[in-house]
Design a protein around this ligand. Structure first.
Ligand code: ACO
Length: 191
């Protein structure tokens, strides 16, 4: 995704980590103009992701990121657009308190790290960028994909998880979250 401003000025790293402070680094924190552009990027990504998933409203925006305790990883390609760079996609995660059912139908209360939104620009999908972003997050959070929960995963995300992490056996839930069998291994059941 291209923008009418310099992406490399806002995001200095190939993958940036953003939380509720909404600063890519100390440099953007001191520049209100860069902060405004950063918010534009997040809003635009949120809209594109909602459109791709046929959602009526975006689940990701700059203001939502500021008010919720979620975290966002943003991947850029710093070399395109005449050196100004472009945004490839993003992955948003956060902890949620969930009431889940294990494979025996026993209630388990947990607060796992959840995948809340995930989007790679249409023309760049199926090129391995999603995997790059997801693997970065797994290392950064030191978490296994089977230990995470997935909020209303799209068919593309389910296929992605099966292909890259062999996650196939999901355990049916009564909410919108999907968890896999690995989630319940060695987990104390708190009813
Ligand atoms: N159809 C089916 N499977 C797909 C598609 C597609 N159009 N695109 C990606 N995948 C899956 C497949 O398993 C694919 O492997 P294959 O090409 O061998 O079939 C694999 O992902 C490719 O892996 P990557 O290239 O690393 O993934 P990509 O960069 O495409 O990122 C993502 C995956 C984020 C799901 C991307 O396809 C996307 O943005 N899709 C649209 C938005 C979306 O559905 N996001 C998930 C929302 S649900 C949530 O966030 C909780």
């Amino acid at each position: 995704m291209e923008f009418p401003f310099d992406i490399n000025q806002i995001f200095t790293e190939r993958i940036s980590f953003l939380d509720q402070n909404l600063v890519a680094d100390r440099w953007t924190a001191r520049r209100p103009d860069l902060q405004a552009n950063l918010a534009t990027v997040i809003d635009e990504l949120g809209r594109a992701s909602a459109k791709a998933q046929q959602l009526t409203a975006a689940v990701t925006s700059a203001s939502k990121l500021q008010s919720q305790r979620h975290q966002l990883y943003l991947l850029k390609d710093g070399e395109c657009s005449g050196g100004r760079g472009a945004v490839v996609g993003f992955l948003k995660v956060g902890h949620k308190k969930l009431f889940l059912l294990d494979r025996h139908g026993v209630h388990v209360e947990a607060e796992p790290l959840c995948v809340l939104d995930f989007y790679i620009a249409e023309n760049l999908q199926r090129h391995g960028y999603g995997l790059e972003l997801f693997d970065f997050m797994l290392q950064h959070k030191n978490v296994e994909p089977g230990r995470m929960a997935y909020d209303r995963p799209s068919p593309k995300l389910l296929s992605f998880l099966e292909k890259h992490y062999s996650l196939t056996q999901n355990v049916p839930q009564v909410n919108n979250f999907v968890v896999f069998e690995d989630f319940f291994f060695n987990r104390a059941a708190a009813v």
